[in-house]
Write a protein that binds this ligand. Structure first.
Ligand code: 8IG
Length: 272
């Protein structure tokens, strides 16, 4: 039995082969990680061919946060040149759960080991950029990691110049030219920021702030996949409006934007 903590890549390979056995699909081409607020957007993809708890695959933990699913779906999507097998994770594990970095990136690694050359990472986040409004999707152009934690171990000097693939961002921009692009900063959480921290983060060039996505992007990129990151601004970051932040408004903003998000994903996914 492979162990996620001592052999994370081997465990991702095991999970990928179990996925192939469950779905009867020897490989998947594109993966989608749906963050909080995005889960209803997955319904725009139609009816999945398979749906099962993530814990059916080795290395996945049960979800701990309300609104974070812990479910895996497989879809057959009609692409321009035939059927595409899409792997969808409803919910993810976060660094703030305290289980270490390995479970956080296990879905992304499993996706790449299952054959996915493209990994789409979605999240809900706080808006630092004063031009953003709640309910607005923003394409991640780059990131700033402030957790001091990496999914990579050893002398693995991965280049991060183009983590959020220029090629894919161009395809998305073509589908919806009204989309903004921004820099996402990753903090561990689970506390939200102070207003002073948000002022600092704006000063160092961050537009969006959240508690996910960055480790998965690094892990998928390091294994050779292209990454697309899409954030949904579900609250103004601390101090921007003077209102307090709460998880319920995040879920509500996600539900309100699910239609637009789902359409965008359904349009773009088969083209990637
Ligand atoms: I949704 O304002 C969501 N996630 N760190 N700050 C951080 N994470 C978030 C926020 C936020 N909103």
């Amino acid at each position: 039995m492979s162990d996620l903590y001592t052999d994370p890549i081997g465990t991702a390979e095991l999970a990928a082969s179990k996925l192939a056995a469950i779905t009867g699909k020897s490989s998947h081409q594109v993966a989608l990680v749906m963050g909080s607020g995005w889960i209803t957007a997955a319904d725009a993809l139609g009816t999945p061919t398979h749906e099962f708890p993530a814990t059916d695959l080795p290395g996945f933990l049960a979800p701990t946060v309300a609104g974070h699913g812990g479910v895996i779906r497989s879809y057959d999507l009609q692409g321009p040149s035939g059927i595409i097998h899409a792997l969808v994770f409803l919910g993810r594990t976060h660094l703030y759960e305290g289980k270490g970095i390995e479970p956080v990136v296990h879905g992304a690694r499993t996706a790449v080991k299952a054959g996915c050359k493209v990994v789409v990472l979605t999240n809900a986040c706080g808006g630092i950029n004063l031009e953003y409004s709640v309910g607005q999707p923003v394409i991640i152009r780059d990131h700033i990691s402030l957790t001091a934690v990496s999914p990579l171990i050893g002398a693995n000097f991965v280049d991060l110049t183009d983590v959020y693939s220029k090629r894919i961002r161009a395809i998305v921009q073509k589908a919806d030219s009204s989309l903004a692009e921004g820099v996402y900063v990753h903090l561990r959480g689970p506390a939200y920021e102070t207003p002073a921290e948000i002022t600092m983060l704006r000063t160092i060039g961050a537009d969006l702030v959240g508690m996910s996505t960055v480790p998965e992007a690094i892990a998928a990129h390091a294994l050779g996949a292209e990454v697309l990151g899409i954030s949904l601004v579900t609250n103004a970051a601390a101090g921007v409006t003077g209102e307090k932040l709460n998880h319920e408004e995040v879920i509500a903003a996600g539900k309100a934007a699910a239609g637009r998000m789902g359409e965008l994903l359904a349009t773009v996914l088969p083209q990637l």
